[in-house]
Design a protein around this ligand. Structure first.
Ligand code: NAD
Length: 405
C-alpha cells in the first residue's frame, strides 16, 4: 500500500478511482470438508480473492500453506493486478489459498482437498473469469486435478481454466524457465542502460530453486560471471565463477539442496547480499533487503527475482545510494507472461514451439522494461515507483473508459 499510495500521488489518481483500486473486487471464503485417510472429515478454510477484473479475467496462483491469511491473499491479489498491467497482458489480478500443511498430507488427501476447493469455486473460476495457477505448496499435479474437476462440472474439457499444467494437458513449453528468463532479460536491459558490460560483470544470486537456478544459467550463457549462489542451507562464493552445471547436478543428487557443495567457499546468506558485485539477484524469499542491511549493499544493480525481497523501508536507502532496483512486479513477470501464452495456446487449440514462446516472452519483457525506464526518467523516480505508475495508470485509464454504476 505504501508503494501504491506513492505512485497514486504521482499519477494524480482521483479519489474515486483510488477507492476502487485499493479494495478487492471480490472476496470468497469457502469451507471445505475433506475425508482424511483415517476416515474422518476435516474442514479446511479456503479463499479466493479477485482484486481486479478491469483489464480482463483475473489471474493468480493458489497457495497451500499453514500461514495462509485472508489479508495476505488480498495483498497478493493486488500485486497480481499491477504485475499483469506492467507487462501489458490483458488480465486482472487474483490470488487463492487454503490453510493446510501440504507436507503432512498424503497425495490422496491433497487431491481431495484440491477437488473440494475447485468444486466450491466452480462459479468463480473460468477461462473468461478467473484463471488460477500454482503458488507456494501447489504445482502441476494440483493444476491437473483442478482442470479435471472444473471440466467435469462443465461436461467438457476446459484446459484454459488454469495455467501451469503438465505439458500433456496443455501446459506451455518454456513455462518452467519463464520467470528466470524474464529476470535475465530485465537484468540485461538494465545493464545496457547502466553501461555495464555483461562480459565483465559479476553477479550474486540468492536462492537456487526454479527462479534462481534458471536465472543463473541464462545469465552465464550471456557472459556474466556468477560468483555466488545460495539456498536455505548455505551460500557459496568463488571469485573465478561458480560452476553452475556442477551445482545443479549436485543439488539434484542431494535432495534438492546445496548443503555440502564444494564448488566455492562457504559464506552466509547475509554476506552474499553484501558482496561487492555488479548485479545482485534475490531469488529466494521476501524481506531479505531491509533497513538493517540496505546501506551495506554494494551491488550497483538489484534485480528482484523473488516477490517482495526488498522491504518498503529499504527503498529510499537504495535510491539515495544510487543502487538501481528492477522491481519484482516487472523483473519476475516472465512467469505470468508465459502463463498468458499457455492460456492463448489453449484457446486457439495450437501448441507453440519453444522458440516462439521465448521470442515473445523476450519482447514482452523488453517492451515493459523500456516503458518503466522511460517513466522513471520522466518523473525522476525509482524503477519501482515507475513500474507502479505504469501499472496504475493503465488500470485507471481502462476503468475510466469502462465506467461504473
Ligand atoms: P523454489 O522453491 O523453487 O526455490 C526457492 C529457493 O530459495 C530454494 O533454493 C530455497 O532453498 C531458497 N531459500 C529459501 N529460503 C531461503 C533463505 N532464507 N535464504 C536463502 N535461500 C533461501 O521457489 P521459486 O519458484 O524459485 O521462487 C522463488 C521466489 O520467486 C519466490 O519469492 C516466488 O514467489 C518468486 N516467484 C516465482 C515464480 C515462478 O514462476 N516460480 C514467479 C514469480 C515469482
Amino acid at each position: 500500500m505504501v508503494r501504491f499510495n506513492d505512485a497514486a500521488k504521482i499519477v494524480g489518481l482521483d479519489d474515486e478511482t483510488y477507492e476502487v483500486l485499493k479494495r478487492p473486487h471480490k472476496v470468497v471464503i469457502v469451507s471445505l470438508p475433506v475425508t482424511m485417510d483415517n476416515g474422518r472429515k476435516k474442514v479446511f478454510e479456503g479463499y479466493r480473492v479477485i482484486h481486479s477484473n478491469i483489464l480482463g479475467p483475473a489471474k493468480g496462483g493458489i497457495r497451500f500453506d499453514l500461514g495462509v491469511h485472508l489479508d495476505e491473499v488480498k495483498a497478493l491479489a493486488a500485486w497480481m493486478t499491477w504485475k499483469c498491467a506492467v507487462v501489458d497482458i490483458p488480465y486482472g489480478g487474483a490470488k487463492g489459498g487454503v490453510i493446510c500443511d501440504p507436507r503432512s498430507m498424503s497425495v490422496g488427501e491433497l487431491e481431495r482437498l484440491t477437488r473440494a476447493y475447485t468444486s466450491a469455486l466452480v462459479d468463480v473460476f473460468g477461462p473468461d473469469q478467473d484463471i488460477p495457477a500454482p503458488d507456494m505448496g501447489t504445482g502441476q499435479r494440483e493444476m491437473a486435478w483442478l482442470m479435471d474437476e472444473y471440466s467435469k462440472a462443465q461436461g467438457r474439457t476446459v484446459n484454459a481454466v488454469v495455467t501451469g499444467k503438465p505439458l500433456v494437458l496443455g501446459g506451455s513449453l518454456g513455462r518452467v524457465e519463464a520467470t528466470g528468463r524474464g529476470v535475465m532479460v530485465s537484468t540485461l536491459s538494465a545493464m545496457n542502460k547502466m553501461q555495464i558490460n555483461p562480459a565483465k560483470a559479476i553477479c550474486a544470486i540468492q536462492g537456487f530453486g526454479n527462479v534462481g537456478s534458471n536465472t543463473a544459467t541464462l545469465l552465464e550463457e550471456r557472459g556474466l560471471k556468477i560468483c555466488a549462489i545460495s539456498d536455505h542451507t548455505g551460500a557459496f562464493y568463488n571469485d573465478k565463477g561458480i560452476n553452475l552445471a556442477a551445482a545443479i547436478a549436485y543439488k539434484n543428487a542431494n535432495n534438492g539442496i546445496l548443503h555440502g557443495f564444494r564448488g566455492g567457499d562457504d559464506i552466509s546468506n547475509a554476506e552474499l547480499l553484501e558482496l561487492a558485485v555488479d548485479v545482485l539477484i534475490p531469488a529466494a524469499k521476501e524481506d531479505v533487503i531491509t533497513l538493517e542491511n540496505a546501506h551495506n549493499i554494494k551491488a550497483r544493480l538489484i534485480v528482484e527475482g523473488a516477490n517482495g525481497p526488498t522491504s518498503a523501508s529499504a527503498d529510499s536507502v537504495l535510491f539515495k545510494n544510487e543502487v538501481s532496483v528492477v522491481p519484482d512486479i516487472l523483473a519476475n513477470a516472465g512467469g505470468v507472461t508465459v502463463s498468458y501464452f499457455e492460456w492463448v495456446q489453449n484457446r486457439i487449440g495450437y501448441k507453440w514451439p519453444l522458440d516462439r514462446v521465448n521470442r515473445r516472452t523476450d519482447r514482452v519483457m523488453k517492451d515493459a522494461f523500456e516503458k518503466v525506464y522511460k517513466t522513471a526518467v520522466e518523473f525522476k523516480i525509482s524503477l519501482r515507483l515507475a513500474a507502479y505508475v505504469v501499472a496504475i495508470s493503465k488500470v485507471a485509464e481502462t476503468y475510466k473508459y469502462r465506467g461504473g454504476y
